[in-house]
Design a protein. Structure first.
Ligand SMILES: [Zn+2]
Lengths: 383, 493
């Protein structure tokens, strides 16, 4: 969970470009292994940017397909209405190859879309004629790193030199995207993670120690004759749940479970969850309106190149802002891709994000391939 | 109904297991009684990564029931997660329907064939679908506090039918359940087997008490663990008396603090009492929200009309029709309809072929049902066809056989599977010639002058001994006809 792999239950992943830096997250491992030439293809999952941000940090190509394009069956759910699996690879062509293999309707996933899957490999090399690109004002605001800004603008010029037209547009509700995401995702996560309760799945607290602890507490209360507290004392079942989940989950996961449980509670549900759903719809409507005039929206994948490991540990909010440019695509359910478009002075990859209307993965791949025909950023490898 | 100064207010929540081959969101079998945890799959045990897919058949059965219960069917309904922790709930949530259930605002009419209460429409708040939890088996025998979990039942489709608090007596509560079960059986949506848990009832009950200061309501109790309709009736009756006693003693009203909140009680069938249950730790904040793994369900008005058209005749309509078509009274139509569609079809064939609906009703209720009961059989396995039995009834009407001997014929038909006429021939039953009967009559009257005296004095019972003697001489003598003949002869003597 989170944008750095530092909350992993196993171990941290390091960025092959700079071992002291994060590969991004949560699919940082999937991006790092492609960047590090350990695997030609990998699959990640993207709930708020978890394929595109690592792809950007690691200098690889990574796509979040349209919600419903790839089956979620078998994917451990974090936020079910946002989660989408997708490919990471060195080039758009390789991404096309893997996407073609994993895309398509799955009767075992009710949210999987029953739409035909085009042959991405057959079309990826065909350039797009008269491509209309949109630049969202909101993607070039405060906080955007100068080098990233310059690289993205350079990339836009590349498309223009290939005949694309560019216009500025606005996604007015994107400023609410992070807030909306951090209501909806934790709400769903709090429920999806309930099964890791020590009875059915996941870690379970040491039972003997737990029972001994309870017996001790009971003894103390009995000694003090505190009947009210005795009556309120946990049953062994409740204590087992309490300890299991306190000990088994890390701080970030617990933070999200608490956020979600709170937002879903009686009395808060309308103010948080229902309102977030309304904003989510407005964000989708922004995109629907924008895509009437443009074919793709182009901008940075992340505000900065990869940050240092440990840099965000004390600041969960700063970590949440990592998803600033990517999270809207998940909320709107549209498709988006990140392709390498530069290298910073400190030698870190920079990512370009292209966003497309639902089920237009083919358009994304063809545009990404056009770009990779004209540039060589995707061929750069860490030393 | 009662002479106590209060009115009983009861609402019932019924969980009905729908009769599907597979579970609500996976392909596992719903067969009852298999070895623990053998009917499970990644979906119903909540394996990370597994996803639910709605069982269309379950939805159809739910829709059928909802339409029959006169519920409104909205076009759009969705699935919600009801979140709570319990060992028999592997996902950590139940998939249910919260604010947009598949049906709401219906009613079921109940009545009592013996008139114990006025017929009434019990309003039904809603009926919604949900998946069942598993079963916890507490194994404390070995001195351990271990619990075992069987997830075979997890994910079984349940329809929860919630009534308004419209029931005013334990009898009405039982009548509601009986009528509901009959309806569900007619619809073919559930086997309603309470022992196997396919029908579960919780009762919410309190009292409205007349006091000098006006009506007051007692705190509501939700009673669980009632495993038969009789238990429901008794638990409700017990609870009403208990609440009245508590009221007289403590004067705690609904909503009072402390003590006026809703409590949960369990029916103890052995002790015939309700017992307060430990309140659930997590109280009732289930943090409902729409299940993102499932799509909303859209039901069009045309689909609802199609379901309505395919319902077939339901019990209430059938009773009325039997009464008007065959001239039987409500008690009889109730007995017949309660036996199910197949028996009613048998009855109707018999009534039509014999031309006597009442006689047919009597024979079905007494002889046919008694036999089925003895044989532990259903009407589908019954040896005597409606057409054959109709022949026997016609023979009775024609006076070819009297009622008593007709029972022998029935037994013979049952034993040998033969037709009515063959069975009568086998038993040597034939109509006694009128002149032969008359000469037998005159002979017996002459031999019994005292009987003649008695008859002339108006002691009609005296004719009985003559009938007895006549039947000894010729078992085929029709007692009714013979009696009439005797009286006629005595009159002109
Ligand atoms: Zn299953």
């Amino acid at each position: 969970m989170g944008g750095s792999t530092e909350n992993s239950a196993f171990k941290k992943t390091h960025n092959p470009w700079a071992l002291g830096r994060t590969p991004g997250g949560s699919s940082g491992g999937a991006a790092a292994c492609v960047a590090g030439l350990m695997a030609p293809l990998s699959i990640g999952t993207d709930t708020g940017g978890s394929i595109r941000q690592p792809a950007s940090f690691c200098g690889v190509t990574g796509m979040k397909p349209t919600y419903g394009r790839v089956s979620r069956y078998g994917l451990v759910a974090f936020a079910s209405s946002l989660d989408q699996a997708g490919p990471l690879a060195k080039t758009a062509e390789d991404v096309a190859l893997l996407l073609e293999a994993v895309a398509g309707h799955d009767p075992c996933d009710s949210t999987s879309a029953n739409v035909p899957t085009p042959s991405y490999t057959a079309s990826v090399r065909q350039p797009l004629q008269g491509l209309r690109l949109g630049i969202a004002r909101e993607h070039f605001g405060d906080g955007l790193d100068g080098e990233v800004d310059a690289s993205v603008r350079e990339a836009i010029k590349v498309f223009e030199s290939q005949g694309a037209t560019v216009r500025e547009l606005s996604l007015p509700h994107s400023k609410y995207a992070i807030a909306t995401y951090y209501i909806i995702a934790p709400c769903e996560a709090s429920s999806n993670l309930a099964r890791y309760d020590g009875v059915h799945y996941g870690y379970r607290t040491d039972e003997k120690a737990m029972l001994a602890e309870l017996a001790e507490e009971r003894k103390v209360l009995e000694g003090a004759g505190d009947r009210a507290k005795l009556e309120a004392l946990d049953t062994s079942l409740v204590r087992m749940y309490r300890k299991t989940r306190s000990e088994g989950f890390g701080a970030e996961v617990k933070r999200r479970i608490m956020l979600g449980s709170y937002a879903l509670s009686a009395g808060y549900y309308d103010a948080y969850y229902v309102k977030a759903l309304k904003v989510r719809r407005l964000i989708r409507e922004d995109y629907d309106a924008a895509f009437k005039d443009v074919d793709l929206i182009i901008g940075p994948t992340t505000a900065t190149p990869a940050f240092k490991l440990g840099e965000m540990n004390e600041d969960p909010l700063a970590m949440y802002l990592q998803d600033l440019y990517t999270v809207s695509a998940n909320l709107a359910g549209i498709a988006a891709i990140s392709v390498p478009c530069g290298i910073s002075k400190s030698g870190l990859p920079i990512g370009l994000q292209l966003q497309a209307p639902p089920f237009e993965e083919e358009r994304l791949l063809r545009a990404a391939h056009m770009f990779q025909q004209a540039t060589d950023w995707h061929t750069k490898r860490p030393n | 109904m009662n002479d106590k100064p209060y009115e009983i207010i009861i609402g019932l929540e019924v969980h009905v297991q729908l009769q599907t081959q597979s579970k609500l969101f996976c392909r596992c079998s719903t067969t009852y009684g298999q070895a623990p945890n053998t009917q499970t799959c990644p979906v119903c045990i909540g394996m990370p990564g597994a996803l639910p897919v709605m069982n269309r058949r379950a939805y159809e059965l739910a829709l059928r029931t909802a339409v029959a219960l006169n519920l409104d069917i909205p076009e759009f309904t969705k699935w919600d997660r009801k979140n709570y922790f319990y060992p028999d709930l592997p996902k950590g949530y139940q998939i249910s329907q919260f604010d947009l259930p598949m049906s709401q605002n219906g009613w079921l009419e109940i009545s009592d064939a013996k008139g114990a209460f006025e017929p009434k429409r019990v309003r039904i708040t809603r009926a919604h679908l949900e998946d069942d939890a598993g079963k916890s088996m507490h194994d404390e025998a070995a001195g351990k506090s271990d619990s075992r979990i069987d997830l075979n039942r997890t994910g079984t489709p349940l329809l929860e039918i919630v009534s308004e608090p419209d029931l005013r007596s334990p009898q009405e509560a039982k009548a509601y359940l009986t009528e509901l079960r009959l309806l569900l059986t007619y619809l073919g949506v559930s086997d309603c087997n309470m022992q196997e848990g396919s029908l579960r009832v919780d009762g919410n009950i309190n009292l409205h008490i007349d006091t000098p200061d006006g009506k007051v309501a007692t705190p509501i109790a939700e009673v669980k663990n009632m495993n038969s309709f009789r238990a429901v009736e008794r638990a409700m009756a017990y609870e009403a008396e208990r609440q009245y006693e508590v009221w007289c003693e403590k004067k705690i009203k609904l909503g009072d603090k402390p003590g006026g909140h809703k409590t949960t009680r369990g029916w103890d069938d052995g002790q015939q009492v309700t017992v307060k249950q430990r309140e659930k730790e997590e109280s009732s904040d289930y943090r409902y929200f729409p299940d993102p793994d499932l799509l909303p369900v859209i039901v069009t008005a045309e689909q609802v009309e199609q379901v309505r058209a395919d319902l077939g005749e339901l019990p209430a309509a059938m009773r009325t029709r039997l009464e008007s078509t065959y001239g039987i009274d409500p008690y009889d139509s109730d007995v017949l309809v309660n036996q199910g569609r197949e028996l009613v079809a048998y009855y109707e064939e018999l009534a039509t072929a014999s031309g006597d609906g009442r006689r047919a009703s009597n024979w079905v209720q007494q002889d046919v049902l008694r036999t089925l009961n003895e044989q532990q059989a259903t009407i589908a396995d019954f040896v005597i066809s409606a057409a054959s039995l109709a022949d026997l009834l016609k023979a009775i009407q024609a006076g070819d056989v009297d009622n008593t001997r007709a029972k022998d014929v029935f037994e013979e038909m049952l034993r040998s599977g033969s037709s009515a006429s063959d069975a009568m021939a086998k038993l040597g039953i034939e109509k006694v010639d009128a002149s032969e009967a008359e000469s037998l009559c005159r002979e017996l009257l002459e031999a019994n002058p005292q009987v003649v005296e008695d008859l002339k004095a108006g002691k009609m019972k005296a004719v009985g001994s003559l009938i007895g003697q006549a039947k000894q001489r010729n078992p085929n003598v029709n007692p009714g006809e013979f009696k009439d003949m005797c009286l006629k002869i005595v009159e002109i003597m």
